[in-house]
Design a protein around this ligand. Sequence first.
Ligand SMILES: Cc1cc2nc3c(=O)[nH]c(=O)nc-3n(C[C@H](O)[C@H](O)[C@H](O)COP(=O)(O)OP(=O)(O)OC[C@H]3O[C@@H](n4cnc5c(N)ncnc54)[C@H](O)[C@@H]3O)c2cc1C
Length: 456
Amino acid sequence: MITGLKELGALGMKIDTQYGGLGLTQVYYNKALALVGSVSPAIGALLSAHQSIGVPQPLKTFGTREQKETFLPRCARTDISAFLLTEPDVGSDPARLATTAVPEGDTYVLDGVKLWTTNGVVADLLVVMARVPKSEGHRGGITAFVVEAASEGVTVEHRNAFMGLRGLENGVTRFHRVRVPAAHRIGAEGQGLKIALTTLNTGRLSLPAMCVGSGKWCLKIAREWSAAREQWGRPVALHEAVGSKIAFIAATTFALEAVVDLSSQMADEDRNDIRIEAALAKLYGSEMAWLMADELVQIRGGRGFETADSLRARGERAVPAEQMLRDLRINRIFEGSTEIMHLLIAREAVDAHLSVAGDLIDPEKSLGDKARAGAGAGVFYAKWLPRLVAGPGQLPARTASSGTASTSPRTCATSNAPHASSPAPPSTPCPAGRGKWRPSRASWAGSSTSAPNCSR
Ligand SMILES: Cc1cc2nc3c(=O)[nH]c(=O)nc-3n(C[C@H](O)[C@H](O)[C@H](O)COP(=O)(O)OP(=O)(O)OC[C@H]3O[C@@H](n4cnc5c(N)ncnc54)[C@H](O)[C@@H]3O)c2cc1C
């Protein structure tokens, strides 16, 4: 199957045609993933880990021309890649990661262990996040590298087995004195978490896209089965409780597809900060897909709980409803757990206000700091509050010309941002006066739990 996918060009859906890829937009890439997700979430995860967060995505934004020319043609057709951030002691909060990359001449020497490496068991190329110690000539910090999986000192120690996604080639990888050329460093030393976050901004959209495929599959099976299965003298679909479950699956899938399409279009425009939209899509998709699959199991009754193999063995149609439920469960945990998505979205919503007035509620701050914060906040809110009522964001033409909805979840945007009438109008500079909002820490998991900041 993998050979067939390679021949189809499925490994290079997101890679530019100049490097041998198919050059799909985010919208069409996500539609392709949705199709795959409706057949096999494990294959969907392989394709998505490879090109949404694996080598192609960080190289697209942060790679040098030489790196793109060296690695992208391989990723487009033959090589599978993986993204290695998580470690045994480091999950949602990767800023403490322990894998090291010590500079030695024109190489770095990597040591450490990475856990839950999707594709890591079969990958040819790895993106590895490791900590460079600070030393003379090296500013140090968490740094991203492209590592050849066949390098001396790289060992896959274990293939993990899970409740679902049993086809996932996910394992534990150890690095023991692995030499990586400095030319394979992505971006600068210390940029690793920023690279991980930026990679995830669009990478995170793959997951709700695949949930759309799962929702459509659930709907198809629910409709077919509930029309065919009769109890109490009529198809179960005509019993109201079952009909309302089908309506829930249909409406939710429709809504989720709209969310994914809109967010993907915004990603394609390449000028938007879609962190919050991607997080909302991921949160909504993963939670809803799980509920939809659970309702499908319920509609199928006892057959929903029975495995496809068992159904087939006794002569019935082999519908893997229980497998779909198991496969979808992980979506609430990886690529930023539900709890971390709540934190990220909530923090984004109050980001501007924390920057302006956060010291007022910080128990660690002195009275002097609080007084200064109070004075600064007074100046900020004296301008900000009136503009909520009468600012440019309230002008219909402003919204129309931006082409975006007038109810963006963001609270602070700069004039180049598309959200015309978010609570802070677009012309409102962010309080620190420096461009788009960025979190101060990033993670494959999407965590960003330290104090917010505002930087480019
Ligand atoms: C099948 C699978 C595939 C994966 N693939 C990859 C991969 O390809 N690359 C990679 O780097 N990693 C991968 N991961 C790791 C995945 O991203 C982590 O499992 C995830 O980040 C959560 O980390 P953790 O499991 O260590 O949970 P923890 O961080 O230990 O969290 C445990 C619980 O506490 C909650 N929690 C944590 N912090 C907070 C907080 N501040 N507030 C509220 N709740 C909190 C979490 O939501 C969770 O419910 C994969 C994991 C699995 C299981």
